[in-house]
Design a protein around this ligand. Structure first.
Ligand code: FAD
Ligand code: SF4
Length: 460
């Protein structure tokens, strides 16, 4: 193999996997990983690290893989990341570390994500754990939410010696990693739960079924329960809808509800007591990762699936790998198309959706060309389910129950990007609760910045 082409990764066959919920990508074995690692040039000024929001020493860990030292490679990664098996699977590497890799100038970038996944999976199989704190500081910090931002902040603070408790509203920890991203992309028991156990092994306590703002407020945690600082990593779990006629019909779901039923409540499993609609023909509205996950879930549950997105292929916000996998599995993409009305049958169930064709006009404030309707181009798609995947906003529960916590017009908590400090003394925030729906690694980066900010605040 010449040095310009990456070692291909093994995957489940597209026809086969479209009928099951087992993981699509099978990852590298030792030989494949070591061969791929040899493509890394070990640049003295590594561009890949500049592209990583948590600044993993990428050439450092790849050098250890090259030499067959998985444990050393894992310790290098875990200095910067609490969730390497997760990131290796779901991070948009093509626009981050791999997007900057110098190998990508004349050929394929080094497959950094797949190597990270190999190291994390091998370390897990060998029972290798991250190293914890040597000394305790005797100070209590509360972390709200157990998604990637909360887990990272909690893990970093525990490594510094703080006494950390995570409060999670759901009955399971992990945030979107357990309720949003499907099993076929991110196995829950084998991967997510194991990485959460590693965070707990650092000494982090986890209390599930505690809704901050209902069970207890932030002020009560600080004034009555002795927490000297709080990190808010409560995510952006409130779905948006289109407000078009017919959206209240039975058979219209938010992607959040649909995916939570399938992932958190395991409705895809015949033995689960949680019901889920097994549609014959399903329209998924949207073009992001969430839309791809909803579409591929509906497909696996037996539906013919159309993704309806108002812009073109180039503008699809989902990761390229996810779009590629969705197409391979048979998802039909109706691009430059927008829904205008949902129609219901005499019993109130969805029977079809009217859409209109779009063309791209001038760029909007996001720099993407705005979609413009083509008059008279309406057409109807018959379907029995519609899944809306149009983005999410932060739930206002925490901001409305915490005196002095500033939010912006998008209902996101206002926090300093450098250290997570909010408008309220001792309260820090990061992840989707601050940025709106973004990515796992950005949430982790924010959790890490806030852990440093909290340490500085409590060390004064
Ligand atoms: C279906 C789907 C697919 C995605 N795919 C990708 C992908 O491929 N790659 C990628 O990088 N990103 C992806 N994302 C985005 C990514 O998962 C999020 O950006 C990331 O999880 C945000 O992390 P977070 O810690 O800020 O919040 P979350 O992961 O949302 O976690 C927040 C946690 O806080 C808890 N919480 C909320 N309110 C309270 C409260 N009042 N009290 C206590 N707990 C509370 C919630 O229950 C939740 O567990 C996807 C998102 C979705 C929904
Ligand atoms: S930029 Fe690419 S080749 Fe250079 S150190 Fe990073 S991964 Fe290796």
């Amino acid at each position: 193999m010449d040095g310009f082409v990456r070692v291909p990764v093994r995957e489940q066959d597209a026809k086969e996997r479209a009928k099951n919920f087992k993981e699509v990508c099978l990852g590298y074995n030792k030989e494949e990983a070591e061969t791929e690692a040899k493509r890394c040039l070990g640049c003295p000024n590594p561009k890949c690290v500049e592209g990583c929001p948590v600044s993993i020493d990428i050439p450092g860990f790849i050098k250890e893989v090259k030499e067959g030292n998985v444990e050393a490679a894992y310790q290098v990664i875990s200095k910067s990341s609490a969730l390497p098996a997760v990131c290796g699977r779901v991070c948009p590497q093509e626009s981050q570390c791999e997007g900057k890799c110098v190998r990508g100038i004349k050929g394929d970038a080094v497959s950094i994500g797949k190597l990270e996944r190999y190291v994390a999976d091998s370390a897990r199989e060998l029972g290798i754990k991250p190293e914890g704190a040597k000394e305790k500081k005797g100070k209590k910090v509360a972390v709200i939410g157990s998604g990637p931002s909360g887990l990272t902040c909690a893990g970093d603070l525990a490594k510094m010696g703080y006494d950390v408790t995570i409060f999670e509203a759901l009955h399971e920890a992990g945030g979107v990693l357990v309720y949003g991203i499907p099993e076929f992309r991110l196995p829950k028991d084998a991967v997510v739960k194991k990485e959460i156990e590693n965070v707990k092994a650092l000494g982090v306590k986890l209390e599930t079924d505690v809704v901050i703002g209902k069970s207890v407020t932030i002020d009560e945690l600080m004034e009555k329960e002795g927490f000297e600082a709080v990190f808010v990593g409560s995510g952006a779990g409130l779905p948006r809808f289109m407000n078009i006629p017919g959206e209240q019909a039975m058979g219209v779901f938010s992607a959040n509800e649909y995916l939570t039923r399938s992932n958190l409540m395991k409705a895809f499993d015949e033995n689960s007591t949680t019901p889920i609609m097994k549609a014959k023909k399903c329209v998924v509205v949207g073009g992001g990762n969430v839309a791809m996950d909803a579409a591929r879930t509906a497909l696996r549950l037996g539906a013919e699936v159309h993704v309806v997105y108002r812009r073109g292929e180039e503008e699809l916000p989902a990761r390229k790998e996810e779009v590629h996998h969705a197409k391979e599995e048979g998802i039909i993409f109706d691009l430059l198309t927008n829904p205008v009305e949902i129609h219901e049958d005499e019993n109130g169930w969805v029977k079809s959706i009217t859409c209109i064709r779009m063309e791209l006009g001038e760029p909007d404030e996001s720099g993407r060309r705005s979609p413009v309707e083509i008059p008279g181009s309406e057409f109807e798609i018959e379907c029995d389910a519609v899944i809306m995947s149009l983005g999410t906003s932060p739930n206002p529960l925490i901001s409305s129950t915490t005196e002095g916590l500033e939010i912006n017009r998008r209902k996101c908590i206002v926090a300093d990007e450098a250290n997570g400090q909010t408008s309220k003394k001792g309260v820090f925030a990061g992840g989707d609760a601050v940025t709106g729906a973004a990515t796992v690694i950005l949430a982790m980066g924010a959790g890490r910045a806030a852990a440093k900010g909290i340490d500085e605040y409590l060390s004064k």
